[in-house]
Design a protein around this ligand. Sequence first.
Ligand SMILES: [Ca+2]
Ligand SMILES: [Ca+2]
Ligand SMILES: [Ca+2]
Length: 206
Amino acid sequence: MKNILTLLAAFCMLSVFAGSSNAAPIFFDNFDSYTPGIPWPGEGNWTVTEQSVDLIGVGTAWDLLPGNGLYLDMDGSTGNAGTIESISIALAPGDYIFSYDIAGNQRGGGDDSVNILIGGGSLLNVTSIAGENVPFTTISLPFTVAVATSATISLDGVGGDNIGVLLDNIGIDSVDVVNVIPAPGAALLGSLGIGIVGWLRRRRKL
Ligand SMILES: [Ca+2]
Ligand SMILES: [Ca+2]
Ligand SMILES: [Ca+2]
């Protein structure tokens, strides 16, 4: 139920972007080019800043959700959930969508969560929860930058049992908002959210 609520919240927040005409990728990482690690020391766009995370998936003994290449287990094999931080990302004033794929631990460990902060929490500060068996689900959250800045994405796993949420496909897209749809009904909100999620997925396959 928590997952459904999380998704509904994301869909509702997305509704203001229903009239968007342009979007441009600012940052994206699917982790597939990195070397897996248990724990993972960080590589490329990412630095592990606290405790540990694991990078698992294809080619490892822990491909819990095949077909997604490599992905993060936010509760690392030291048994203390980790925090990773991205490189600094330049953000001009405007509207953005932060998106990520989140899945449950797939190992019977109950609900797990991750705290997500952009700009130290000044631009976006959310906690995302996934039930243990939930497959990868794309969540898209809007945020606005008022003054040009450089910001990092911080992903802070919660827990200490070595099995945490799985994360993949972390991205920021800039969005030009053309039309704002005023207060549509709940059903419309849901369909708009699903439509935008589908559009983001299609676009990434190009
Ligand atoms: Ca991946
Ligand atoms: Ca782990
Ligand atoms: Ca856990």
